[in-house]
Design a protein around this ligand. Sequence first.
Ligand code: NDP
Length: 334
Amino acid sequence: MKWALVGASTIAKDYVIAAIRAQAGHHVHSLVSGSAERGAAYAAENDIPNSGTDLDAALADSEVGAVYISTTNEKHFPQAMAAIEAGKHVLCEKPLAMTLEDAVTMVRAAEAAGVTFGTNHHLRCSGSHRAIRALVADGRIGRVLSMRIFHAVHLPPHLQGWRINDAGAGGGVIPDITVHDADVTRFILGEDPLNVAALMAASGMGEGVEDSAMSVWSMPSGAMVMTHESFTHPFAGSGLEVHGSEGSIFASGVMTQQPVGEIELVTSSGREPISFSKHDLYTQGLADFAAAIRGEGQPAATGWDGVKSLAVAHAVRASAGSGRREDVDYGGAP
Ligand code: NDP
């Protein structure tokens, strides 16, 4: 399987190129960048044999079977639609699109074309999140009462750019991190938030976009979810907790790109450390995607998962803007 990368991005360079190459028979064949010069330098640095600025030409290459899109957020929709139209399998970065309508259109187009479409939500690929999900599903904490996600980080200088100053490119902590927390919540609890009440702020980094958000989500089961996302917290650390009628799960350091962190289950029997697989998150995501292309299962996060995480993020921003609780509109997603 030969891949075209759309976007000379940090995430591809740091994680996804290696994750593609870790799959037997998968190769990174070409790169499309908005700049011929930057694309050529990036391709040379990352041993990618072909680079250019013409997306249509890259998609016309019959050797290419799959496309990974990791440009800034406003470009995902037209690029994904072009790739789907060309009959390629598509792994698209989150958030899938700027609007829910566009995200739904992409996913429906992929279904109609019969290509595999995935959203690169990495956290549900981690051993830690899969272990937490299994604890909940196995009833180890009884009925889930609440969940808290601590995802306030310090955005490193090399990633600040469009994320902190360009709303048109999809900047802001809500499209960047709240989408992940929405996906994590849905993955671990197995249900979709009904409505949200949120606040957002610019706390020192955001220039015209929010750099911090806090929200509370109500779930169909009656459970409540509290999340905190930020770009401005150097020492907060990350984690999540799930509290149930028979126990609590405490996971620290698990809202990250690395296979790290610690999980503890607390019940009436005492405190129990929970071990989990320390595999690479992105390699797992690509393994699941490659299997889906072969007809074995689905991508770790499907297109509809990407639609739903975007829907929750939009409700959070709407609530923070209106000052009211907002229902989540999933745009007809199944
Ligand atoms: P980058 O800022 O590194 O790259 C985004 C785009 O910026 C590239 O496509 C590139 O355009 C352009 N660019 C890169 N370097 C320069 C430069 N020196 N000068 C001008 N333009 C430049 O973004 P990220 O890799 O951080 O994020 C890309 C996407 O991936 C986003 O959608 C983000 O939400 C998502 N993401 C997902 C993560 C996950 O774990 N799932 C983690 C991080 C990001 P061009 O292609 O035209 O060359």
